[in-house]
Structures are given as C-alpha cells and as structure tokens.
Write a protein that binds this ligand. Sequence first.
Ligand code: URA
Length: 242
Amino acid sequence: MERLDKIISACGAASRREVKTLVKQGRVRVDGVLAAAADMKVEENTAVITLDGVALQYSKFCYVLLHKPAGVLSATEDRHQKTVLDLLPEVYRKRGLAPVGRLDKDTEGLLLLTDDGELTHRLLSPKYHVDKVYYARVEGTPDEADRAAFAAGIPLSDFTCLPAELTLLGRGECLVTVREGKFHQVKRMLGERGKPVTYLKRLSMGPLHLEESLSTGQWRLLEKQEVLALQKACGLACMTKE
Ligand code: URA
C-alpha cells in the first residue's frame, strides 16, 4: 500500500501538495469512489486512480526523453545557469530525476532522464555495449584514415578510446558511434584527428532515437515498450509481446 499523493506525483500528474487541493476539489477517484484524503493508503498495483476522469498510469520509475537544446547544463541544479531539469515540470525534480550521462553545454540532442539508478548505471557502462550515435559537423573532411583510426581506438593523452565507428557523410560532416561516454569524448576524438567539432548532436542511445517531431527543448515520457527495449539492451529484461 502506498499514499495516494505519492502515487499521483510519481505519475507526474501533480505535486504532492497539489494532490491535496485536487482531492478537496473532488477531482480524484480511487476505483470509482471519490478520494477521501491525499494521504489515504491505496494498493498501488491494482487501484484505478483517475484525475478528472482520466486514468493515471503508475510506475515505480519515471523515464523522460528530452531534446536538449544548446546552452543548457546536463545537471540537476546550478546556481547560475539553466539546467535540463529547468525544462521539465517541477514534479520531476521533486521525484529525483537525473540525466543519464552528460551532454556538453553546447551539445544538443537526445538526453534521457530517470530515477531508475540501475538502468542509468548500465546504460553508461561500456560493459553493456549500449551504442550512442552522434551527428557532428567538423572542420575539414573526415576520411578513410580517420575511419580506420576510430575503429582501432583513438589514443588520447589520458586514455585510449574503445573502438568506435565513424560514418563518413562527406565534406564537414560525420556520424560517430561510441559505447563509452567520457568527458568531451567525441570532440576529443575528432579533434585528435585534426577535425575539430563545430556542432554536435546526439541522435540515439541504444534503441532510443530522437524523433524529428520532438523539437529542441521539448520532452516526452517513454512508452512502456521503449523502457523494455532499453532494459533489454543492457541485460535487465527480456522483451515481451504486448
Ligand atoms: N562527446 C562530446 O564531446 N560531447 C558531448 O556532449 C557528448 C559526447
């Protein structure tokens, strides 16, 4: 059994404080009956909770896909600068959502935020081979020699990168696929090859892809199947048909 306000805020529908008001206004029902109090205990796995007649989906963890814009920090809070959490409703900060890895301030693209610690750990670990694909604009033209160097593993001053894939797109453009996520890694790899990055965008992380309809700065919750696919990609679940 779990408190009603906790369940509703976990669904991202309202903060716990707001639930109190919603209950007083008679807008929340549990199994068809008007909720008596925000702190009433409810069977979280079976109860049908509705807000204004719409059923809420409860899940233990929350997964948000954000199209990160440039100029925003991949952090949960910062005294002076805007963070990715500032782009989401307050309920998500209160829930403890955090970015899965970091994109540089000037990097755009797919950023997953969640409160699922185990999934976060696995998605970032090179051990589980979750590919991250980046589109890069660079100075110069990446060529076959660069492609071979990426495949062999680029040596940087402090470590040697794992083998990575470089897809040539012609003058000043390429795709980079990496399994690790060290600080400034893609920029450093291309910089090392004399192709400094002028623009970087993450397109995908494992089975998750940034769809064109999600504009810069927009976000959405992951579908259940997307969560399952992510879990499967890092050895946490078997895919089920629904
Ligand atoms: N590699 C980088 O250099 N920057 C990013 O933001 C992500 C990967």
